[in-house]
Design a protein around this ligand. Structure first.
Ligand SMILES: Cc1cc2nc3c(=O)[nH]c(=O)nc-3n(C[C@H](O)[C@H](O)[C@H](O)COP(=O)(O)OP(=O)(O)OC[C@H]3O[C@@H](n4cnc5c(N)ncnc54)[C@H](O)[C@@H]3O)c2cc1C
Length: 430
C-alpha cells in the first residue's frame, strides 16, 4: 500500500487534468495516473467557446493562447453540394457570453493541460495504468502498473475516473450501455493544403452533411487541418471496409469536399475509431465519480466532448471540495453531480439524434429568424448547457418546430436525393 492521497485521478485527458487542476489548486493531495506518455495523438480537436471560462478559471488560458492554435469564431454547416450553407458566429449569440475559442492539435493541447495540473501541485505520473479499483466507506483502493511493469496499490478518499473510452470503472461495474442504433465509424486524417475560408473564417469548423454521413473539417494548426468522415459501420463494411477507399469514395461524391481537398496532401496516417456512442447507467458509485468520456459519449457532430469532459471534471472536483462530513453525507452531492452531468449529456444526445433527421437539418440550416431562434442555436453550439429560462424555452420551441416541420413545411424541404443528383451534375436544386 502506497502513500495516501485525497483524490486519485485515473487518466489525464481534458477531464482528468481539469479535475486534478481544480483540486490541486485548492490544496488537495492529488495523484494522477496516466497510461500514456504525453504528447500522444488524440482525436477531438474542435472546442466549444464555453471552454474558455474553464481555461480562465484554471489560469491555463495564456499557455493555450501562446501555443498558436487557430481561433474558432464560428461553425459552418452545409450540405454536400454546398446548398444551403449556414455559418453560426459565436459573437452573434445573445444567450452565450464567449465569442470564440480554439481548435487544437490534441497532442499539444492535452500536454499543456497535463503540465498545468502538475504546476498546480498534482502528482502526475505518465506511463502508469490503473487496472482495478475497489471502494468502502472510508475510501478507494486503486491498483496500478508502473512503466516498468511493477504493481502498486494506492489508497485515496476519492477516485475520479477520467479514463475516457476505456471506461475503467463503468466496465468494472458493468453499467456501460452501447447505443442500440448509432453504430458509426470515423475515418480521419491530418492534411496540409485544405482550402479554408478567407480572413477570420479560416478557423471555422466546417461540417459537411451528406445523406446519412458527414465530414468534419477542423483547422488544428497554421498548416494542418483535420478532416474526418463519420459513416455507419454496416455501410463501411459493405463498401469493402478499407478506410482510405471509403473516405475517397465519399469525398469524391461531394462537390464541397472535392473543392476543399483539391490541393490537399495527407500529413499523417489514416486513422479510424468506432463504437463511440454509449452511456453509463450510473455515473457515481461508492467514493467514485466518472467524468468526460468515462461517463459517456455520443457522436462528435457538435464538438462537445472536450467541454463536457472539462466541465464534468470541474463538477467532480466541487463534490470533493465540498465533502466535509461522514461518507453518507456524500450521497446528495454525488447524486446532484450525476444529475447535472446526465442532463448535459442528454442534451447533446438529443441534438445528435435529431441531427440525423431531415426536419432538424431543414430548420438548422435555414433557421427561422423569429423569437431569436438563431441565437438559441448559437448558444447550443457554444456549449451553454445550463442557460436560464430565456434560453431553455427557445431550445424547447426549436425542437417543437422540428416536430412540426416533419408534418408541415415551415421552411423549404431539403431533398438529399436531389442533392445527390446535383452533386453528380444531373439536376438543379428545386
Ligand atoms: C471521431 C471523434 C471525433 C471527435 N471530435 C471531437 C471534437 O471535435 N471536439 C470535441 O470536443 N470532442 C470530440 N470528440 C470527443 C473527444 O475526443 C472526447 O470527448 C474527449 O477527449 C474526452 O476527454 P476525456 O478526458 O474524458 O478522455 P480522453 O481524452 O480520452 O482521456 C482519457 C485518458 O485516460 C487515459 N487512460 C485510459 N485508460 C487508463 C488507465 N487504465 N489508467 C490510466 N490512464 C488511462 C488515456 O490514455 C487518456 O489519456 C471526438 C470523438 C471522436 C470519437
Amino acid at each position: 500500500m502506497e502513500n495516501d492521497y485525497d483524490v486519485l485521478v485515473a487518466g489525464c485527458g481534458p477531464g482528468g487534468s481539469s479535475a486534478a487542476s481544480y483540486l490541486a489548486r485548492a490544496g488537495k493531495r492529488v495523484l494522477v495516473l496516466e497510461k500514456e506518455v504525453f504528447p500522444r495523438f488524440h482525436i477531438g480537436e474542435s472546442l466549444l467557446p464555453c471552454n474558455q471560462a474553464i481555461f480562465r478559471e484554471l489560469g491555463v488560458l495564456p499557455a493555450i493562447q501562446a501555443a498558436g492554435f487557430p481561433r474558432k469564431l464560428a461553425a459552418r454547416f452545409c450540405l454536400g453540394n454546398g446548398y444551403p450553407s449556414t455559418r453560426y458566429a459565436f459573437r452573434d449569440g445573445r444567450f452565450s457570453s464567449e465569442p470564440e475559442v480554439f481548435s487544437v492539435e490534441r497532442a499539444l493541447f492535452d500536454h499543456i493541460l497535463l503540465k498545468h495540473a502538475r504546476t498546480l501541485g498534482a502528482d502526475v505520473r505518465e506511463g502508469w495504468s490503473v487496472t482495478k479499483s475497489t471502494a468502502d466507506e472510508g475510501g478507494v483502493r486503486v491498483e496500478a502498473v508502473d512503466p516498468e511493469g511493477k504493481h502498486h496499490v494506492f489508497r485515496a478518499a476519492f477516485l475520479i475516473d477520467a479514463t475516457g473510452r476505456t471506461n475503467l470503472t463503468g466496465n468494472q461495474e458493468q453499467v456501460r450501455v452501447i447505443h442500440p442504433r448509432h453504430k458509426k465509424i470515423a475515418i480521419f486524417f491530418h492534411f496540409t493544403g485544405v482550402a479554408l475560408d478567407a480572413g477570420e473564417a479560416a478557423g471555422d469548423t466546417i461540417i459537411v452533411r451528406l445523406e446519412n454521413k458527414w465530414f468534419w473539417i477542423i483547422p488544428v494548426s497554421a498548416t494542418k487541418t483535420s478532416v474526418g468522415l463519420v459513416i455507419d459501420k454496416e455501410e463501411f463494411a459493405a463498401q469493402g471496409g478499407q478506410p482510405e477507399a471509403v473516405f475517397q469514395r465519399w469525398h469524391q461524391s461531394s462537390a464541397v469536399m472535392r473543392e476543399r481537398l483539391r490541393q490537399a496532401a495527407a500529413a499523417g496516417p489514416v486513422r479510424t475509431t468506432t463504437d463511440f456512442s454509449y452511456v453509463n447507467r450510473r455515473l457515481v458509485s461508492l467514493r467514485t465519480m466518472r467524468v468526460g468520456d468515462a461517463a459517456g459519449f455520443m457522436d462528435p457532430i457538435f464538438s462537445a466532448g472536450v467541454y463536457l469532459a472539462m466541465w464534468s471534471g470541474k463538477l467532480a472536483a466541487e463534490v470533493v471540495l465540498g465533502a466535509r462530513g461522514p461518507a453518507d453525507e456524500l450521497a446528495g452531492p454525488m447524486r446532484k453531480f450525476e444529475k447535472r452531468v446526465n442532463a448535459g449529456m442528454r442534451f447533446y444526445w438529443k441534438m445528435v439524434e435529431n441531427y440525423y433527421t431531415t426536419p432538424f437539418m431543414e430548420l438548422f440550416l435555414q433557421p427561422r429568424r423569429h423569437a431569436s431562434l438563431p441565437d438559441a442555436i448559437i448558444a447550443m453550439l457554444a456549449g451553454q448547457l445550463e442557460g436560464g429560462w430565456n434560453l431553455r424555452w427557445r431550445v424547447r420551441y426549436f425542437f417543437f418546430l422540428v416536430k412540426l416541420q416533419a408534418h408541415r413545411a415551415l421552411v423549404p424541404r431539403l431533398s438529399f436525393a436531389a442533392v445527390a443528383r446535383r452533386e453528380r451534375g444531373e439536376a438543379a436544386h428545386p
